[in-house]
Design a protein around this ligand. Sequence first.
Ligand code: AMP
Ligand code: ZN
Length: 504
Amino acid sequence: MTETPLKLFNSLTRQLEEFQPIHAGEAPDFVAEARVYSCGPTVYNYQHIGNMRAYVFADTLGRVLQWKGYKLTHVINITDVGHLTSDADEGEDKMEKMAARENKSAWDIAKFYQEDFERDLARLNVQPKQHPRATEYVEAMIAWGQKIADKHCYELDSGLYFDVSTVDDYGRLARAVTDEGEGRIDTVEGKRNAADFAIWRKTPAGETRQMEWDSPWGKGAPGWHLECSVMGEALLGFPFDIHTGGIDHREIHHPNEIAQNQAYCCTNGLDDARNSGARIWMHNNFLVERSGKMSKSAGEFLRLQLLVDKGYHPLAYRLMCLQAHYRSELEFSWEGLQAATTRLKRMVMGLRQTQEARFGQAAGATVPPPPTRIDALRVKITHPKLRPLLDKFEAAILDDLNTSVALTALEEVIATKKVPVDQKADLALGMLWPLGLMVLTREDLRIRPADAQITEEEIDAELLRRKEARAAKDFATSDAIRESLAAKGVEVMDGDPLGWEWRL
Ligand code: AMP
Ligand code: ZN
């Protein structure tokens, strides 16, 4: 069979494109590279699970690139300066605002929320990536500004601004006219075009900012869009392969990054996508709440930690993300998360049996699958019942990351009977790895809220007593135990096909 190409949807050209690596690979291994930049969080607050959807998507993309055989370099930057409360040039700096509210330094705020972010990434089984901080690149940002200032920028009292009419095809990436898009209300006086944006924001006279630097345009701080251009170029080199971000970035942040990159590289025109700084631009759609947009201020703040406190495993959330295509909006609900948990349990039960048959492993430990590659799987998986499932998985995952179909192929493998157990186990793990899932344990997946009053040992002891009572046909005692557990919030699940006997 001929090799299936990896096809990805490029927001810039608005079509599916075959991935062609820019760096073909060098001696000694000649392995082609994939260089990816994903816009990271502004670390002024916790990330909500909507933000985390962006990184589950980016990580799945990174894993699939490796599964396909590319050597991956993947950056997720940390925005610790410059992002205003609006994506356009209005409002206050998010970092400084939070620092004032919490009575801490902006640097402490950044450190705290970056650490929290990295903890969430690890819990979602996101592979380690490079996390450069914007504040480490301010000098490089100033140098960049100096290079493009003459031809592309103009100075106002408030800072140095980029004139978007100086590059060809400004805004080609953007799709919607949003509140903040073309029609946005502009409060910066003197801008030549409404879409012009700050490269450098001067500290207003008489004020001091916690985060400010000297520059040729006065004391101040860099504009938010500049950091991604600078860090992308510094760490991956222009043009690199893929740039990702949430769909909101398609409208302002990425068009502005692209304009800066065009100015910097002295090339115009986006008919050749490489002039944008990257060959492919990809955007994940939003996770939304039934009530509308997910937010950090209104109602229940949906952090990963809240899911964990309610007893859900983070990978159930990852699975929930994978069930939808990354370009589709996904609605979050607790019922949906519960359904994803049940699905994950079923997979895990099947996988554990396969694992035990293959390796004679005792149930208990969580098994992260080893990294796998499609070419190795193609050699190993020959059985006529399994091979078509590998083909199905491959076709789906390489078709712009159709993870929902890929998941069904994995489930079909798990359900396949009378096949060599080594091939079955290798194939299942070989599918689990690019999806970023693991063979968890039953205990991992038991729904047990953090504030539960009763211990697992107590529950198990009670259940054993109940079993004995039932065996002795003492249904009165058995029912009484059931009721007393119910009073403590434990639901006994008789005949649970998964063998999970209770949940809180
Ligand atoms: P921010 O910290 O606001 O810069 O956002 C971090 C990342 O999360 C960006 O790539 C955003 O586009 C993305 N993002 C923000 N909200 C959501 C959401 N509700 N669903 C998916 N991605 C989001
Ligand atoms: Zn960015």
